[in-house]
Design a protein around this ligand. Structure first.
Ligand SMILES: *Cc1c(COP(=O)(O)O)cnc(C)c1O
Length: 378
């Protein structure tokens, strides 16, 4: 029998608000069991209202699909080079290869853990000198922390290379009063099961340019030309979001502000309760930034120390996870070019994501902190 003591605690689990079921039932009641319908339109409007900045949204079947379409819409094709933050989840980089293009990985800076403006500019100059100007930049707000938006945007304008803003982990994060998801030439969101809100699986492509989101919907629905028969002048995809799942999304949008607050409170709790341990540290919001704290990350002083905490938590049925392994260290990308400074490799060695769900109870957080503290007593 499972007692309270060994109840499984997940890293980040879905957290329904209640209204999701009503929207899903409505899809059934009206027979909109299809990858289009009122919930898809309604969810897109909810996202546009929430992000602001006159953004347009196209709901898709995944964040990965959204990055794939973003790259295609920016004209990335066979043999092109795309600059991509190395410290990220593989889904940021994989779609580059779907198009026969090559990822060039860029390491991080210390202040936000995201793409380093210095290395990015160095890479651009180097690639241009080597004879090929990169086609796009993929920058990521990792764990919800906004990247150096002013610096990255300035470099993008200086060299006229568009930015894909990977906001998969950053719905609800804010930079200088403006919501993440509105800073890229094209931006993307994810509603996968572990994200800040979820549709079980899903994503969105965002742009201030309505032509871009219209083209995304066109490509996502098999690129059908305007004709009474089915006619195609482009290769299309089947990437649109289901109207059933969009119903979950509409319900989740009603509780998104609460979910962001709960994640931020988790971070505050960990910081306050673990700050007595001198070897542990947390990434603070730089001035002007407010991370949604999708996952709370703690930095230890060594690989051994990080593993000690991870294994101790695992032994008590608590899921934690090392920070993302940088793409330039992944076996599949061993032949990709990269511009590195050791920062993401060090973060990967020493950092751990702690359970961060918006549905964690106070007693769960206390249990986690007590186990971690116990490991630093001796
Ligand atoms: C989750 C995630 C994605 C991919 O989104 P899916 O909806 O799971 O396909 C892309 N980039 C980052 C940084 C993510 O965390």
């Amino acid at each position: 029998m499972q007692t309270e003591l060994d109840k499984k605690i997940w890293l980040s689990s879905p957290h329904m608000g209640g209204a999701e079921q009503i929207y899903v039932d409505n899809a059934f009641a009206t027979n909109w069991i299809a990858p289009l319908g009122p919930n898809v339109n309604g969810f897109e409007e909810d996202i546009e209202k929430y992000i602001g900045s006159n953004i347009n949204a196209a709901c898709l079947s995944s964040g990965t699909g959204a990055i794939h379409l973003a790259l295609e819409l920016l004209g990335v094709g066979l043999g092109d080079e795309v600059l991509c933050q190395s410290f990220t989840f593989a889904a940021s980089a994989n779609p580059i290869t779907y198009l026969g293009a090559k990822p060039i990985f860029i390491d991080s800076e210390q202040e936000t853990w995201n793409i380093s403006p210095e290395l990015l500019e160095k890479a651009i100059i180097d690639r241009i000198n080597l004879g090929k100007k990169p086609k796009a930049i993929i920058a990521v707000h990792l764990y919800g922390m906004p990247y150096k938006i002013d610096e990255i945007t300035a470099i993008s304008r200086k060299y006229d290379i568009p930015v894909i803003e990977d906001s998969a982990e950053a719905l609800g994060s804010v930079y200088e009063g403006v919501r993440c998801g509105s800073f890229g030439d094209i931006s993307i969101l994810s509603f996968n099961g572990n994200k800040i809100i979820t549709t079980s699986g899903g994503g969105a492509l965002l742009s201030k340019d309505k032509l871009i989101t219209e083209k995304a919907v066109f490509l996502a629905t098999q690129a059908r030309d305007n004709a009474p028969h089915y006619q195609h002048s482009h290769i299309g995809y089947n990437y649109r979001m289901s109207n059933v799942l969009a119903g979950i999304g509409r319900g989740q949008m009603e509780v998104l502000p609460e979910r962001v607050n709960a994640r931020k409170s988790n971070f505050m709790f960990y910081k306050e309760n673990l700050s007595s341990i001198s070897e542990l540290s947390f990434l603070e919001d730089p001035k002007g930034s407010s991370s949604n704290r999708w996952l709370t990350c703690v930095l230890t002083s060594s690989f051994e120390s990080r593993e000690r905490i991870r294994v101790a938590l695992d032994n008590e049925n608590i899921e934690s996870r090392p920070l993302w392994k940088p793409m330039h260290l992944q076996p599949i990308f061993k032949n990709a070019a990269s511009y590195t400074n050791g920062i993401s490799e060090d973060l990967f060695k020493k950092g751990l994501c702690l359970p961060s769900g918006s549905n964690l109870e106070q007693e769960d957080l206390e249990r986690i902190c007590n186990i971690i503290k116990r490991n630093f007593d001796d």
